[in-house]
Design a protein around this ligand. Structure first.
Ligand SMILES: [Zn+2]
Length: 150
């Protein structure tokens, strides 16, 4: 399956160590299927791609309402919420991938092409008259938070 278009939205570089999100990315496969909200993150060992993900929620055992996993008390009834499940390395999981490659070959292919697209976009952004891609229907307001990812 080939990636036929990559759109990169560069984010302003911020200096804080925690804020390593460098760009959002929308990818089209085979001119037919779009996956948006991939993230390009600068890790300690180089750049990597984070797949689009959704926030996990937990249900209140008293009233059944869904709550953010970070919540300690139910939004609806105020009950104290039970401690949340942790991963094997003992970290809380707050997000789950919505779309992702299922083998290493596809993951490498996507990373290679997307990171090449990111570096191209960075070069383009240095040219006079640079026009960033527009993402009219997207609402990027939920960058990953500290502790979300290994
Ligand atoms: Zn409740």
């Amino acid at each position: 399956m080939d990636i036929t278009e990559i759109r990169i939205k560069l984010l302003p570089q911020r200096q804080s160590f925690e804020d390593r999100l460098r760009a959002f990315c929308t990818v089209t496969f085979e001119n037919a299927f779009v996956v948006r909200d991939l993230k390009i993150i600068e890790g300690q060992n180089g750049f990597f791609i984070a797949m689009p993900s959704r926030k996990l929620t937990g249900r209140c055992t008293r009233c059944g309402s869904k709550n953010n996993l970070r919540a300690r008390f139910c939004n609806d009834c105020g009950s104290h919420l039970k401690p949340r499940p942790v991963t094997e390395d003992n970290r809380l999981r707050f997000h789950a991938d919505i779309a992702h490659p299922i083998n290493a070959e596809m993951r490498r292919k996507m990373e290679r092409q997307i990171l090449a697209g990111y570096h191209d976009e960075q070069e383009r952004s240095k040219q006079p008259g640079y026009q960033p891609h527009t993402f009219p229907d997207l609402d990027y307001d939920d960058p990953p938070q500290d502790g979300d990812r290994p």
